[in-house]
Ligand binder design. Structure first.
Ligand code: SAM
Length: 245
């Protein structure tokens, strides 16, 4: 596949293959599963992400690993006709669901979809005012590479927001969450998508993902300044924000 940026997707590595299989398999049911699994709360986490991005009319936004386009939809309305939103994802099944869904909801003109790998972004330096990656970074094989790519394509003063599962702040919540993710998620996955393995992968990838302070340090290493994070839902999810120096 080649995008109009002339970028070619090259599948490499076991993890990347596994991630591709998971998202091809769940794409059609992805939105329903998000609402079920998070009891609808993912909508609030995403709203908060948009607020904290400080996005304004006329700005240029990249929503990488944007999947079916929840954030892109809100961004497209915020930046208005003078602005631009790029919904980018490595997976064409997810992008197709996203594209159809956004067209159904009347979003066109200031939004385009691009198939791209976060580790190698097909955009020039200093290009975007805001970049978001929501529930995407844990799926990326080389996270350091992806973070430095995002820093590269941000304008100086531009903001990167990373919304991701993280480490719950208290033991009780942490244990409840383990039971939920290792028992309930695969069960729900089986019932709704017929694919318990993909939701087992989800639980494993959440457990392996760097905790709040580790991710903060990784963002700083990638060159971002003023990095702060906000725990949401007791740290089940964290929103990290950094600014390009
Ligand atoms: N951001 C959306 C949301 O919050 O609903 C979708 C999140 S979904 C859990 C994760 C997405 O990351 C999938 O659409 C997957 O294809 C994408 N993804 C995984 N690895 C990627 C990579 N290396 N580069 C770009 N996207 C990637």
């Amino acid at each position: 596949d080649t995008t109009h940026f002339g970028y070619q997707t090259v599948a490499t590595g076991e993890k990347q293959k596994k991630v591709a299989d998971v998202f091809h398999s769940v794409a059609a049911k992805y939105d329903l599963m998000n609402d079920l699994m998070s009891f609808g709360v993912h909508r609030l986490w995403k709203k908060y992400t948009i607020e904290l991005s400080g996005v304004r009319a006329g700005q240029r936004v990249l929503d990488i690993a944007g999947g079916t386009g929840d954030l892109s939809y809100d961004f497209a309305r915020r930046v208005g006709p003078e602005g631009q939103v790029i919904l980018a994802d490595i997976n064409d099944s997810m992008l197709k669901v996203g594209r159809d869904r956004l067209a159904d909801r009347g979003i066109a003109g200031n939004l385009e979809t691009v198939q791209a790998n976060a580790e190698s972004l097909p955009f020039p330096d200093n290009h975007f005012d805001v970049i978001t990656i929501a529930f995407g970074l844990r799926n990326v094989t080389h996270k350091e590479k992806a973070l430095s790519e995002m820093n590269r394509v941000l304008k100086p003063g531009g903001r990167l927001l990373v919304l991701e599962f993280s480490k719950p702040r208290n033991d009780l919540l942490s244990r409840a969450y383990d039971v939920y993710s290792f028992k309930a998620l695969p069960l729900m996955g089986r019932m709704v998508t017929g694919d318990p393995d993909s939701y087992r992968y989800l639980a494993e990838s959440i457990r392996m993902h760097p905790d709040q302070d580790t991710l903060k340090a990784m963002m700083e290493d990638a060159g971002l300044a003023q990095v702060r994070y906000h725990n949401l839902t007791g740290g089940v999810v964290a929103l990290h924000r950094g600014v390009k120096a």
